[in-house]
Design a protein around this ligand. Sequence first.
Ligand code: NAP
Length: 290
Amino acid sequence: MTAKLLSAAPVVDQFKRDLAERCQALKLKGFTPSMCVVLVGDNPASQSYIRNKRRICEEVGASFRLEHLPADIGRNEFLGHVKELNQDPGIHGIIVQLPVSEHLRNLDLPNLVHPAKDIDGFHGQNTQQLYAGTRDLSLLLPCTPKGIIHLLNFYGYNLKGSSVAVIGRSAIVGKPLSMLLTNLDATVTLAHSQTKDIREVTRQAEIVVAAVGKARFMDRSYFNSERRTVVIDVGMNSLNGKLTGDVDLDDVKDFVAAITPVPGGVGPMTVVTLIDNLISAVERTAKGMQ
Ligand code: NAP
C-alpha cells in the first residue's frame, strides 16, 4: 500500500471559486469584504503567514489591510488600535497576528476582537458554540479545525461513527477540533503529553490527527497497517530549514491509507478557511442590515 496524498490544492481551488462568487454577490449589495491584520513587531514567520492571507484575500476579490505596529508599542496604544478597528464599519474581519510582543501576552488576546469580526474564531462567544454542540460550519469557528473538516469532507471520509484520535490539546487546534468532530458524530480520543500509551490510541483509530509540534514525531510504529488509517498532519515544524510535519511521511507511507502532505495539506486549508470566515462574517452583517 502506498498512501494516497490528501493535497489541499483541489479543495482550495474549489473554495476560491466559491468565495469569489460570494464576494462578488456581497459587493453588488454594497459590501466589500475587508479584513485587517494587526502585526506587532517583525516576526519573519508571521510575515510569511500574512503574505498568504493577503494573497488569497485579494484573489477572491476581498480587500486586505495590514496594521503594522512597533514591537515596543504601549499596551493602551495597542488596545486603542484594536478598539478602533472593532468600531470601524469598513472592516469586517480582524486578526491579531500571534505571537505578539512579550509585554502584551497577558492581555485577554482571544477576546479583544469583537465576536462578529473574529475571523480566527478564538473569541469565547464563538468557541462557546462548539461546547453547545454546533455542526454549523458557517459560524466563526477556529480555522484549522474547520479546514480539516472541509478537507475530510472533500475527500469523502465519513465522520459519523468513526473513531478519531487527536494528538495535541491546544486551544487553537486539538481541543476545538475534538469538539467539532464530536458534534459531527465521530468518537474522539484526545491524547497529549501525559497520555500513557499514545500508540495504543492511534493504532485503534480510523482517523489520526497529529497536532503535536514535533518534527517527524510519529513513525510507522504508531499505525496498524490493517486499519487503513487516514492521517491528518497539522505539524508545521522547521527541521534543517525545511517545513516538516509531525508525521514521518516516508516511514509511514506503506502503513497508512492516506495522509495530508506538509507543506500543501492543513496549512493552505487553514488560510482559505480564514477567508471563508471573513466572507461569512460579511454575509451575516449584510443579512442583519436587510
Ligand atoms: P501546542 O500549543 O504546542 O500544543 C502541542 C500539543 O501537543 C500539546 O497539547 C502537548 O501536550 C502535545 N504534546 C507535546 N509533546 C507530546 C508528546 N510527546 N506526546 C503527546 N502529545 C504531546 O501546539 P499547537 O499550536 O496545537 O500546534 C501544533 C503543531 O501544529 C505545531 O507544529 C504548529 O506549528 C502546527 N500548526 C499548524 C497549523 C496549520 O495551519 N497547519 C495551525 C496551527 C498549528 P500537553 O498539552 O500535555 O503539553
